[in-house]
Every structure is written in structure tokens, then in C-alpha cells.
Design a binder for this molecule. Sequence first.
Ligand code: SAH
Length: 472
Amino acid sequence: MRHFPLFRDLRGRRVIVSGGGETASAKLRLLLKTEATLVVYAADPGEDVARWASEGRLRLVRRRLEEGDALCAALVYGANDDVAEDARAAAIGRRAGALANIVDNLDASDFITPAIVDRDPLVVAIGTEGAAPVLARRVKAEIEERLSPALGVLARIGQGFRHAAEALPMGRARRRFWARYYDDAGPRALAEGGETAVAATLPRLLAESLEETTEPGRVFIVGAGPGDPELMTLKARRLLHEADVVIHDRLVPAAIIELARREATIVEVGKIPGGPSWRQEDINAAMVGHAAGGASVVRLKSGDPGVFGRLDEEMDALDAAGVDFEIVPGVTSAAAAAASIRASLTRRGRNKSFRFLTGQDVDGFAEHDWKALAAPGAAAAVYMGVRAARFLQGRLMLHGADAGTPVTAVENASRPDQKVVAAALDTLPEALAEAGVTGPAILFVGLAPRGAMAALERVEPSTLSLALAAGA
Ligand code: SAH
């Protein structure tokens, strides 16, 4: 971000435009919406500028900008369509301490004027760093369409009520009050009875909201999916956006956490394998504590909350504390990993069941029904299995698994750094080490990437360690 967007107070400040033709009037049309004192320097002004001057909307000086004219100006625009004259105007502005802009010349300007959607006092500014004006226009058109013209009126009336609304406790209650006003009560009142009706609806809405503020908090245990924000459910996105507090695992990437509101309290309760971590009791206490304070808490877990997520311990803690909760499912990483390698988890004639295993449990490497897993056609997804790879290999071989059984590791499934390692059972630990799999990964026992089965049959298993790039 080379240019930082901000809103400059221009009330009563001088803004100078050098030039009086088409380019200048295009800028002026925007500047006339502000509360700035506009001064235009143009020896030969066009019709628009002359008219605005005669209407008293700006001051016109019928000569070119000279040294000293820009004293105390906030902004100076070079809008002469003349490179030399614009550069001279910008230099005069800068020497007087103003920020200078040369229209359509980003590199010679101190700031750029964004595309604007105006629902004053609601203003949306759109910039592309000059990279894609077409894109800016399209985004502007989309936002114009989405924001009802009534929003400006509602925001203006709402502004006058902000102080009264402070009777509501900060956070969820106040936010819900305003959401109701803008989404429902406000537009309805405006349509039915105009501005007077809107003004009358606010105190009524406030009284209703005050009655509800004794409501206790709630916890949503939400599956964030495997990492790609597009693989979240709409419900997960909405709850995350509405949450007062977000308590998330380390595996949930920043791109998803960013979907929370800026004012939300974000707590990372990372459990780094083998490193420092939050104890489950502390996570439970954080959930209960925030909910008891009336907050809407989103407990955000990677994948699906019900798959190797210690969900029951968290539900037990919430029940014990009498906190109401709801579970929102998510795409578990095995489903995402299977999609990445274009494999189905179950297939007619191959496997009638599919197992979700963990490589590790409280006692170390986890024991399973190895005989069933070693049978031809058996398929399983092993979570937390990378460190247990050699153990897994030994147990399966011991129970008669074919040495060539395909085993596929999908690391960081659905993320930009996804890596696929297609191996066979007898070379699994070496293939994982060689590919350097260190991130979260699913090991599929009995599943190969689509199209790779043929390759597995042709190549000597011991020489096979295929590192496929994402989507390959
Ligand atoms: N509830 C989660 C699993 C949590 S256990 C789910 O449903 O996916 C943590 C394990 O999940 C990791 O060790 C890894 O095996 C797996 N995992 C989580 N995110 C992953 C991802 N993006 N790609 C591959 N495996 C992932």
C-alpha cells in the first residue's frame, strides 16, 4: 500500500485549483461537495468554472497561479492539462506547505483523489494506486448499486442519536441496535413516513434494545475449514463478522481472522506441537469468562470442530458453566485434501467405509485396528500423522499390508503453500523427509492422487517420491 487512505478535514480550509478547463471542472465537481473554500486560478476559465464563480460557490482569479497565492492552502491541484504549468503550480503549492496533486499524474503527486461513492456522511473511497482505473470504476458501480441512496439520510439522522445510544452498553448490544436501525427499522420508517418517522423510530428502538441488554452471552463453536477462506460456510463468516470475541487455534490462518471486526477481541490459543501451548482448561475458562460478560464468542477451530478438536471437553465446560452454545460444522481437512488430489473418499468396489484416524493420542503414537486398515482397498485419513509415519508403516506391514499400498500426504491442504507427496507404504518415511513435510498434513492410506495410480504401478516403489505441486 503505497498510498494510505485517510479522510482529510477540509471545513473552512483553502483548496486551490490551477486551471479552469474540463479537467479542472471534473475535479471541482467533486471538491464542491466538500466544505472547503475553493479558489480557482485560470486566465481563461471554461463555462462551468465561470458559472460556479458567479453562483458564489468558488472564488475565481482570472490569472495564472503565482508564488504566494497558495499560502495556508491545504491542497493544490494542477489541472491545466499542461505538464510544465502543472509542475509549476505543484511546486508553488509545496513551497507553501500544501499537498500537491497533478491530475492523472500519480508519480508527480503527493496524494491521489479516490473514486467516491457519496452517501454523505457515509463516504466510500476506492483506490487502485493508479493501477486499474477500470477496476475502480467497476467497484464503484457495484457499491453504488449496493448502497441505497437512503443510507445517507439514515446516517445523518443516526449521527444525531449517537449520544443517546450510548445508554446501551458498548459492544454487542449497541452494535445490534445500529444494525437494526440501518437494516430494518430505519429504511422502513423512511419509506413509510419520511425523515420525521425515522427520527421517531430511534427512541422506540432504543427502549426495546435497553430491555434486551440483560441477555447473557453465547458461544459458537465454529469450524473454520482447512484454511482457504472460501471454504468457510456462510454461517461461519457471518458469526465471525458479528463476534465480540474470537478464540482461535493456531491453524486458522490470518486471512480468516481478518474477517472478524476490527474492534473484536482476538485470542490465539495456539497449541504448537511440542512447544508452549494453552492448556485446555484455560481455553475453556476464556470461553466461559467472555460469554459470562455478555459477549458473543466465536470459538474458531480448524477444519470441523468435531474432528480431533477436543469438542466434547469444550462442550462439557460450557454446560458446566451454564453457557448456551451452538456448533457450526466446517470442511474437515481430509475432505479438502481429498479434493486437492481429486480422490474420492469412498468408491464402489474399493472401499465401503472410510476411517478418520489420529497418528497420536495422549499415550503417544495411536493404536488402531491395523488388520482392517491393512486389508486391500481399505482407505483412511490420518490426522497428526507425519511424526507417526514410521510407526504407521511398521504396524501396517506387520499386519500384511501390501508394500505398494499408495500413501499420499497433503500438507497445508487448500492453502497457497499446499504440497502433495505421493508415496507408497514402503517408502513413506523417506518420501516425507525428502519432501520436507513439516506443516499440518493429512496422510491418506490407500488413496493416490487421481491419475497417479497408473504411475505407481509402473515405477519401482522404492524410487518413487513424487512431490506434486498444488493442483498438478
Ligand atoms: N478439526 C480439524 C483437525 C484438527 S487436528 C479438521 O477437521 O481438519 C490437527 C490436524 O489436522 C493436523 O495435524 C493435520 O493433520 C490436520 N490439518 C489441519 N489443517 C490442515 C490442512 N490445511 N491441511 C492438511 N492437514 C490439516
